[in-house]
Design a protein. Sequence first.
Length: 267
Amino acid sequence: MKRIILTALSLLLSLNTLSHAHEFWLEPQNYQAEPGTAVAIELRNGQDFEGLELSWFDPRVDSASVHTQDNSIVYKGLPGDLPAMSVTVEDGLTVVSYSSNITKLTYDSWVKALRFAVEKDFPWFVAEHDARGLPREAVTEGYWRFSKTLIGGGTGQGVDEARGMPTEFVALSNPYAEPSDTFRARLLYQDAPRADVQVEVWDKADGEITKTLLRTDTDGIVTLPVQPGHSYQIDAVVLREPQSPEAQKLNVMWESLWANMTFAVPQ
């Protein structure tokens, strides 16, 4: 297990290089609330659990949904909303999911493309890139965001399920109803578990953020230690040759799909 304490300098650098920062997450202003309470949810883009808050922007959104134990409803925001989302929670576990449209990115140097490949644990990237006869200048990528957040209303009881996204985390633990010192989630890609892949974990509490690199097991499950009063973000990336019609239409060299989940552990 690899743990990194993020310094103020690293956070500053993260914000200064936001154009190459990919993490995208849903961050509720309250992870727990009484039933009937409206909870604002921020859309954030950045690195290491620090980033800019984004408003609701229809062209960026493919779909968003609110899932309770009884039903699922499509969420429609208003252009310019900030925070971008507001959800009235019921008693039990509420899961909010967000799927983006594809966005094209052009790396302004080969070094930055390599940095991405190293950070996200794609050791095969250079060999595959060269084998496909791709240039090392102006490397292009089309990326998708598939993010979820867990909110506890009242008792917090309930379970998460697969929501049909191309890649996603499915929570196997419920931190609001089942006190534990660990949290488990299964990582899926095309409805199948992703075994032995890197998962980045951020732990936030009292102004300090730590980053840990974990791996899924043979069943695609990642298990992370958790502490009361802390919030967490987990993230994993698929990088592939362009497969979707959208990526092929953009004529990008690579296509990436990002699974993300946020939650908190009650005090």
